[in-house]
Design a protein around this ligand. Sequence first.
Ligand SMILES: Nc1nc2c(c(=O)[nH]1)N[C@H]1C(S)=C(S)[C@@H](COP(=O)(O)OP(=O)(O)OC[C@H]3O[C@@H](n4cnc5c(=O)[nH]c(N)nc54)[C@H](O)[C@@H]3O)O[C@H]1N2
Ligand SMILES: Nc1nc2c(c(=O)[nH]1)N[C@H]1C(S)=C(S)[C@@H](COP(=O)(O)OP(=O)(O)OC[C@H]3O[C@@H](n4cnc5c(=O)[nH]c(N)nc54)[C@H](O)[C@@H]3O)O[C@H]1N2
Ligand code: SF4
Ligand SMILES: [Mo]
Length: 733
Amino acid sequence: MPTTAHVTCPLCEATCGLTVTIDGSDVTEVRGDHDDVFSRGFICPKGVSLGALHADPDRLRTPLVKRDGEFVAVSWDEAFAEIDARLRPIMAERGNDAVAVYAGNPSIHNVSTTLYGPVLYRAIGTKNFYSASTVDQMPKHFTSGYLFGAPLSIPVPDVDRTQFLLMLGANPLVSNGSLMTAPDMRGRLRALRARGGKLVVVDPKRTRTAEAADEHNAIRPGTDALLLFALANVLFERDLVALGGLADHTNGVAEMRALAEPFTPEAVASEVGIDADAIRRLAVELATAERAVVYGRIGTTTQEFGTLASWLVDVLNVLTGNLDQPGGAMFPAPAASAPGSSKPFRHGRWRSRVRGLPEVYGELPVATLADEIEAPGEGQVRALLTVAGNPCLSAPNAERLDAAFGQLDFMVSVDVYLNETTRHADVILPGPTPLERQHYDLAFYQLSVRNVANWTPAAMPSDLPQEWETLLRLLGVVTGQGPNPDVGALDDFVAGEFARRAGAEVEEAAGRVGPERLVDLLLRSGQYGLTLADLEAAPHGVDLGPLTSRLPHALKTASGKIELAPEAITADVPRLAARLSARSDGSPDGHAAYGAAPHGSRLPGEFVLIGRRQLASNNSWMHNLETLVRGSNRCTVQVHPDDAAGIGLTDGALAKVSSAAGTVELPVEVTDVLRPGVVSIPHGWGHDVNGVRTSVAAAHAGANSNVLTDDGPLDAPTGTAVLNGIPVHLAPA
Ligand SMILES: Nc1nc2c(c(=O)[nH]1)N[C@H]1C(S)=C(S)[C@@H](COP(=O)(O)OP(=O)(O)OC[C@H]3O[C@@H](n4cnc5c(=O)[nH]c(N)nc54)[C@H](O)[C@@H]3O)O[C@H]1N2
Ligand SMILES: Nc1nc2c(c(=O)[nH]1)N[C@H]1C(S)=C(S)[C@@H](COP(=O)(O)OP(=O)(O)OC[C@H]3O[C@@H](n4cnc5c(=O)[nH]c(N)nc54)[C@H](O)[C@@H]3O)O[C@H]1N2
Ligand code: SF4
Ligand SMILES: [Mo]
């Protein structure tokens, strides 16, 4: 008899409710759950493929240990014995910093790794902690930390109530939204326009989202901070600054006025590629719309001025009085959140050994991981733990990082595939599939455009240990308890600590273990006083209503106010100003510097590379599913027709693309959706390496765009990699 399960899809940030039909050990159908309180039946091609992921014969089902260069399947006891025998001596002889950790994106989409990962990483006690955040949203944590006092206090656009949405560097009709949990963005944006609202997209490419907008401005890559500064400049110049109720809770408005002064629309227009009149008009529309919000995403964070752009997004929301207001940028109120620090945010509590880069939010930039492995000396990284990460495809200067991984003394990966990264491991520890585990979207309800809560019990049993058990067993190993620690006792200890920090009594969640105990404790101590039992009784989720105003209570800065112009951020403004004046002097910096060469001074074959997401991809790791690599999901370099003609490239021809970091070859896709001078390659491809076990992906290999991205130039404050706006040279291959 087939059974039906209601699950929250953990693959991306949209948290869609899905209805899964299961027959024995087979998943026979995955549909959108029309009764889900949040997603109302929405589903995308990736959600549909959860069954294919479950069935994928290449997915790992036993631990693997590398013996004489070959992976062999082993028991869990053998795998942990190997880790104990090889990792402990490295820690004992070379210190905890000799062990690096890299936590990848799915680790935050998984309640086991979200809750138990940090416990393990703290126990390892290394300053070499890295994650996908420094190729993603770290600038947003940094600016939220300094503006609002807490790195997780990220305001999200209240998309369901706004009348004017200015969106930069995001393509939610493909990505399904990010730092904005909002299933069915197409429907939400359609509703925005149907109620007379306006959507303006700023993107070097006419994306699907731009096609669905009222207005598209094709910005030059890497120049968002200049555009946003110019909008602020106009607000001050035209007396359109109106903080409303925020005025009593905001410091730094006068500093902002002074900082914005040089960035007039006229000063930035040619660099930004949007004319001064259009910038003025946008500023006025933003200021005069009944309810408006500025929202920036990955095109604005993974670029040369990622922190300044992220900061100015929030500054504009404050200056227009739209922060914390319905229809503006609001702070979600999740039902459960992991206890955070009570101290105001600061960064630079330690620095990386080789390049001296500051720690941000407990992390060092992944762009410097290769340095830490390669450079000899005290504190050199000799061992690596990866948890749900594929940095060999997702981090900059990927060829170098790949070679560095080959030099490690020992590597452990907690991962579901033998892929480009985990092939370097000595031990791989697999975990259950999304349908075989419990789920609660701790991270993404924190960024949700509506307050909701939804608990997912495991839809089917697993032969594999749950990842929280695996992580606790690793915790036992690194703390010297040997390869077979008492996982139950460790879990009790973790739960006790959680309860203490959350101000709950651990006994309240009696009868539960693992993540469900922790989630129950967090719910009980949360602001709605829910229990896990409440959520278990509501398989389609609990709707907790639209976002509500949370200031000044939510502010955690030392002053208790919004700090609009903190020194840690404004210190980077001269770098932006210098770039602007270098350009307007007409100095021939061209490709010597990052970003696009000055207008008109481009040499034939010279372009600026940006990335793109694809509907049927999930960064690097879902290309082993036949259903997702069919049809349009291809790894091509998109080139504008005029540009292609100029250098003799035709659609389908092979192009050679080179940058300061490396060279790749891939097919050309001629399309007028790009701004001329800009080319686009999706990331997450390049599966044609030896020693992997992903047969479908290997047959659809594509090229690794991060061979082209550089690990040298970074967003200065946060060390976030520059993945957009890379100078490249294109020629027929
Ligand atoms: N289908 C699918 N969905 C995904 C993912 C996936 O791989 N596939 N990945 C998930 C992850 S990890 C994340 S972080 C989110 C990201 O979610 P989004 O931020 O919405 O991601 P993208 O679709 O890459 O959109 C970024 C846009 O920025 C534009 N851009 C590039 N450079 C610049 C610039 O300098 N300025 C401006 N203004 N725009 C620029 C690009 O053209 C692109 O359209 O998506 C998530 N969802
Ligand atoms: N050029 C360029 N590079 C980029 C980006 C870009 O826009 N352009 N985007 C960046 C962004 S936003 C991100 S988030 C990163 C992503 O970077 P990563 O997180 O490093 O890469 P993923 O492709 O998400 O790889 C996820 C890994 O987790 C494994 N995995 C999947 N599910 C599970 C699970 O349930 N448990 C375990 N243990 N493992 C699992 C997969 O097999 C895979 O090895 O890429 C970044 N890299
Ligand atoms: S949009 Fe995201 S959460 Fe929704 S079904 Fe697709 S992958 Fe899953
Ligand atoms: Mo991401």
